[in-house]
Design a protein around this ligand. Sequence first.
Ligand code: CMP
Length: 137
Amino acid sequence: MERTLAIIKPDAVAARSTGSILQRAEAAGFSIVAMRLVWLSKTDAEGFYAVHRERPFFSDLTTFMSSGPSVVLALAAPDAIKRWRALMGATDPAQAEEGCLRREFGRSIENNATHGSDGSETAAFELNYFFRGLELG
Ligand code: CMP
């Protein structure tokens, strides 16, 4: 079993797509290990996305991520990191394949509905950013 950090972003929560996305995650074989609704501050979002600090989209990204509540999740499955990224599809919903979450629920590269850790080190940092050890069981 592997764990990944997933986020249902503010655009998808505002669109009331949380339930549909959770259903898709469970149907694809992911177990929900921990879950919380959080309204990130700008500083929280900057800390979470610190690796992107030098990118031109950093300010817009962190403003968007602090624009409303998100649902943060620890998901478990064999090969969870790769499989959750495959289920989300490409970062840009327009490039994501039919059947992928970002294609279905995302509207733009910024409003792309979901996030997932991109590797095991990132997953460890991101899971720890939102959840205490006890909550992860
Ligand atoms: P996410 O997987 O959450 O990781 C970083 C986010 O930056 C990404 O999804 C996008 O929503 C956002 N982003 C905004 N603009 C860009 C861009 N030009 N290239 C890549 N990511 C971008």
